[in-house]
Design a protein around this ligand. Structure first.
Ligand code: NPW
Ligand code: K
Length: 579
């Protein structure tokens, strides 16, 4: 399929063979501003090789979504780097091992959740690769996994005995080769292969020959069997030739490889779904000397994915929610109080941007659109957010004031839906909030012509810079006319708590439904009242007996009482709703 892109003067690109027009849309209001639609689909960090400023190769996402460049090391280079780090560069082996083991543990945690893959067996060899395995097991324990260790050839150096003591103090079991269960598949979810690293040579000697065979026969990655444990190899799949890889073709086929410092040549032969790089400690001297091109580590992460990410079977992605039951008797009478309670829980759980909410609107054409916005206030009148009054959502809201808001608090398995009608907040309220924002965001609001096609990123930045200079004296930045807040007045709240086996708990507070029910009761009881009064009049003229007269009088009393209760309930409910 041809996928050429034609650029027009307006920066609107037409994707050949596609009905979609790709344009650069201005947007500063979403939690993650994305100026270029093309960026939104890129899963890798893009940029120049950050470890080596002299390396001009650019990291990019190719159509097959693979990293284009990375350096590979020979066995000799790996050993030399090791010596340089621990010689002239002043590192100690403990330090590097700690960082390497932490990288392995974080890479594992990134792919295999402890809720599903808790039982880990780390098989550790006699050298530093084995040490990395011991350190990784300790970190995995602290991340919530249940590691066990098989460490058949212990090294009597203080570094290693110290690592063993640390693990023992955490009550992490050590299993001898003989103690290992005959069927590893039943007992473990993750096998950490930390037997040999870059100093491996020849063929494996006992007992590692047998251990390697057991791992090799477990499964391989093209036969994805749910019950088989996954194999994570540290630096090099044990038993593989450091440069040539799995020469016999019968070696370990790991699901994950965590290369340390830089991948060794054998890593080119790795065919598993998860290849990571760890060891975020490589100094520029090493990068320069070996002309290394390494990917940038994202944020504060200790590992970075390299290579092609796995093909995911979307239909197989599912989560079994484990959360406490959410019962009617536990909820607050007032939906705003219930909302505050859950919002506080989301904040306390440390969720990122708990105030991020999906806002759905539809204009008079009835075609809905959703986007993320940030909640900036909840009060007795509703939920408030700010935006550009010339944006698409603003146009839609001017045609149709009905909107729906959705909060999704992933870590808590919770979701809150709020529906109602939307109105603009007062100019004073918008002014007040606008001036509380960081000055950069205030200038951003002036620059942004949201939802319009922009001439390009540069023009945008130029305008921003001009305004930044203009207001560099700290003077008041005026709120643009086109910028302000909206308030959704809720008519419905729905609180959703995920539960095992899709038996979720959902509780709704519906203003309309409640009022409708109460009014239909009032109408029915009024009809009954009329009938009762009619009959009691008949009694007066002597048509009925005294006994039935008493009966009708008490019926009238009961109906009047029920109506009074109903009126009180409605007024209390409305009061609670608006409070
Ligand atoms: N700078 C870095 O990049 C960092 C590297 N780090 C880590 O260090 C690893 C390299 O460690 P390493 O040099 O201790 O070697 P490693 O592979 O663990 O094994 C050596 C042991 O295996 C033995 N052995 C060898 N062949 C054998 C065979 N056929 N059958 C049986 N045994 C055999 C050998 O015994 P020998 O042959 O010497 O008698 C020796 O006892 C590296 O891959 C990475 O994981 C991080 O910790 C920190 C930063
Ligand atoms: K290994």
């Amino acid at each position: 399929m041809r996928t050429s892109i034609r650029k027009t003067k307006t920066m609107t690109c037409l994707l050949a063979n596609s009905l979609f027009v790709k344009s650069s849309i201005a947007s500063f209001q979403s939690p993650k501003p994305s100026l270029y639609l093309s960026d939104a689909f890129c899963t890798f960090p893009t940029g120049f090789c950050n470890s080596n400023p002299r390396c001009s190769r650019r990291w990019f996402c190719s159509s097959s979504r693979t990293m284009e460049w990375i350096s590979y090391l020979s066995q000799l280079e790996a050993a030399e780097i090791d010596e340089t780090l621990m010689g002239p560069l002043g590192f100690s082996v403990d330090q590097l091992m700690e960082l390497a083991g932490l990288s392995v543990a974080t890479a594992i945690a990134e792919v295999y959740r402890s809720s599903e893959y808790s039982r880990v067996l780390a098989i550790c060899g006699p050298g530093n690769n084995g040490g990395d395995g011991l350190v990784a097991a300790r970190h995995l324990h602290h991340f919530g996994y249940k590691p066990s260790i098989c460490y058949p050839k212990r090294t009597p150096k203080p570094l290693y005995t110290g690592l063993v003591t640390q693990l023992e103090s955490l009550s992490i079991p050590f299993l001898s080769v003989e103690d290992l269960p005959s069927d590893l598949s039943n007992e473990f979810d993750i096998m950490v292969d930390a037997m040999f690293g870059f100093s491996f040579h020849g063929t494996p000697r006992p007992p590692f020959d047998n251990l390697i065979q057991r791992l090799a026969s477990l499964h391989n990655y093209d036969q994805t069997h749910q019950k088989s444990p996954v194999i994570v190899s540290v630096d090099i799949p044990s038993g593989w030739h450091v440069e040539e890889g799995d020469i016999s073709g019968e070696g370990i086929k790991p699901d994950m490889l965590v290369s340390l410092t830089a991948p060794k040549f054998c890593a080119k032969k790795f065919r598993g779904p998860h290849h990571f790089l760890g060891g975020r400690f490589v100094p520029l001297t090493i990068v320069d000397k070996y002309k290394l091109c390494l990917p940038p580590y994202p944020g504060t992460s200790m590992c970075v994915r390299i290579g092609k990410p796995p093909q995911v079977d979307i239909s197989a992605l599912r989560e079994n929610y484990i959360s406490p039951a959410f019962l009617e008797e536990q909820v607050e009478a007032d939906p705003f109080n219930q909302f505050h309670k859950w919002f506080d829980d989301a904040v306390a759980a440390g969720l990122r941007e708990p105030n991020a909410m999906a806002l759905s609107t539809a204009g008079k054409d009835g075609k809905p659109s959703s986007r993320m916005v940030l909640l900036k206030g909840v009060d007795k009148d509703g939920l408030v957010w700010y935006t550009n009054y010339e944006s698409k959502k603003a146009h839609q809201l001017s045609e149709n004031a009905c909107a729906s808001i959705l909060f999704y608090w992933d870590g808590l398995n919770r979701q809150v839906r709020v529906e109602g009608s939307v109105e603009k907040v007062s100019e004073e309220e918008s002014e007040q909030y606008f001036h509380s924002r960081p000055r950069g965001s205030q200038i951003g609001a002036m620059v942004s012509e949201q939802s319009s096609v922009v001439p390009g990123r540069e023009a945008f930045h130029r305008k921003y810079k001009e305004l930044e200079d203009q207001f560099s004296d700290g003077s008041l930045i005026p709120k643009p006319k086109h910028w302000g807040g909206y308030r959704l007045k809720p008519e419905l709240f729905e609180f959703w708590q995920g539960q095992p086996s899709r038996l979720h708990d959902r509780l709704q507070y519906s203003l309309v439904e409640f009022i409708t029910n109460k009014f239909s009761f009032l109408v029915t009881s009024l009809k009954e009242l009329k009938i009762a009064v009619f009959f009691s009049e008949l009694i007066k003229v002597g048509v009925c007996s005294r006994k039935s007269q008493k009966l009708f009088h008490s019926k009238i009393l009961v109906l009047l009482l029920l109506q009074a209760i109903c009126y009180t309930e409605i007024s209390e409910y409305l009061h609670a709703w608006r409070r």
